[in-house]
Design a protein around this ligand. Sequence first.
Ligand code: FMN
Length: 193
Amino acid sequence: MTPMDMLLSRASTDRLRDPAPSPEQLMAILGTAMRAPDHGRVQPWRYVVIEGQDRPALAERIVASMARVEPEAPAAKIEKRRTRFASMPMIIALGMHLQPEHKIPLWEQEMCVAAGAMNILNALYATGFGGVWVSGALVEDAVLAAELGLSRLAGFLFVGTPDGAQPTPKRADPALFTARWHGQPVTFGADKD
Ligand SMILES: Cc1cc2nc3c(=O)[nH]c(=O)nc-3n(C[C@H](O)[C@H](O)[C@H](O)COP(=O)(O)O)c2cc1C
């Protein structure tokens, strides 16, 4: 597979089984996050890795967080979250170590974390693994973030080896989201009725 084939065929998946990346593989994969564009060298990314016997404890913290931020959540949704967080081969909490007083605006720091996460998803795929980025109201929960040792959460990556039939989502035509500027404001095919 060429690098372009790889980038164009990657898809998120939560159909994951063991093995998760080994410690050595994981450091190589996370190394690609350090290649994300990082204005001002803020290095705002932080990763908390949870696997093996630590997963049930995380799942309980997730359920407790839902009780705080989503008290109306139906029992089925709570149980689904508990099961997923307790059983995914590896979970990586995406932390944002943001510096509000820094000359680099917060939104740029947050985008840097996102760019790093995208590199991780591509690196997982390139090395035969798979993953998906999930969030939810609980990423706003400062208590959950603190329990993980983070000041701010950007979500979680579920990580493992793709299992069974993998999604092949239809992708948008990039031409719809692209326009050439010739001195007047552009319009996009994607925004036309
Ligand atoms: C910040 C962020 C949060 C997301 N949160 C969720 C989520 O909670 N649940 C979910 O099903 N997908 C979530 N997604 C979308 C998936 O990660 C994924 O992009 C989507 O399933 C489409 O798959 P694709 O990456 O193959 O296009 C989130 C994506 C981003 C960037």
